[in-house]
Write a protein that binds this ligand. Structure first.
Ligand code: FAD
Length: 242
């Protein structure tokens, strides 16, 4: 069979595009090397309000909103300076683990008629007269060729599709700071009246950068770069460490 479009990479870029294309009446094959559902460790979970609007357009915004509370306030600290920002009520961001976001997107893609093949690693592209006309994937040592009119690489920062088609890199970043993050149960103090309601904290200080976001499962997501090899988690304004 020849598909209209093959998309390599079935997460927020690939699955979203697949839904739009399938709903426009195109036949779409969506391939991913990972066994889904699977978390995405190289990504925090913050979805801006504009991103939620795209998810609304796809009809899955409310399903995702039921998974985690919205982020209403952002507390930014720069040494002694504290700025509290309130997000617009009509455009609230959410911090939802990628395992939920990507799974909801992939399920919606399948519901829209997309064929999703997981644990299928693309290893090459098919070419005819110098033009890409499909991909070669491997699953359990079985090599399969898939043909299409168009191939889309949505396969992340080390895209094999970009490499095989000699695509130019753009928006590159050389900043490399190792960081550690973990989840902890949301403590009472986070939402207590005694302290300001807190959804998200980011702090830059002489001792480095750290952040805490409210995420799903009544958990807080806490990040600390490993520059100084000290892991600290806390509500700094009150100096409460939990
Ligand atoms: C540390 C960090 C924190 C971030 N935090 C945020 C944040 O809070 N909010 C935000 O919006 N963005 C954040 N980002 C950016 C965000 O992670 C990316 O923009 C987003 O993941 C890109 O989505 P994607 O679908 O293009 O690719 P990815 O999410 O990278 O998915 C690519 C998929 O392609 C598959 N794949 C790769 N190679 C192959 C192959 N050969 N064959 C088949 N499949 C393949 C992979 O298995 C993977 O599932 C962060 C990024 C980093 C690194």
């Amino acid at each position: 069979m020849e598909y209209d479009v093959i998309i390599v990479g079935a997460r927020c870029a690939g699955a979203t595009l697949a839904i739009y294309l399938a709903r426009a009446g195109l036949s779409v094959l969506l391939l991913d090397s990972a066994k889904m559902p699977r978390d995405m460790t190289l990504s925090t979970h913050f979805i801006q309000g504009a991103g939620m609007k795209v998810l609304d357009e796809l009809g899955i915004g409310d399903e995702l909103r039921r998974i985690a509370p919205p982020t209403k306030y952002l507390h930014s600290y720069l040494n002694d300076v504290h700025v509290k920002s309130e997000f617009n009520d009509n455009c609230l961001p959410y911090c939802i683990r990628r395992i939920h976001v990507d799974t909801v997107l992939q399920t919606e893609a399948q519901r829209s008629g997309v064929l999703l093949l997981t644990e299928s690693t693309v290893v090459d592209v098919l070419r005819e007269s110098g033009r890409v006309v499909g991909v070669v994937s491997k699953k359990n040592n079985e090599t399969i060729s898939h043909r299409s009119r168009l191939v889309v690489g949505a396969d992340g920062p080390n895209s094999i599709i970009a490499r095989l088609t000699n695509s130019n890199a753009y928006l590159t970043d050389t900043l490399k700071i190792p960081a550690f993050w973990t989840y902890i149960q949301t403590p009472e103090i986070w939402n207590s009246n005694k302290y300001e309601h807190t959804d998200m904290i980011v702090e830059w200080s002489d001792s480095g950068y750290r952040s805490v976001f409210q995420t799903d499962g009544n958990a807080l997501w806490c990040l600390r770069p490993l520059k100084k090899f000290i892991i600290q988690v806390g509500i700094w304004k009150t100096q409460t460490v939990f």
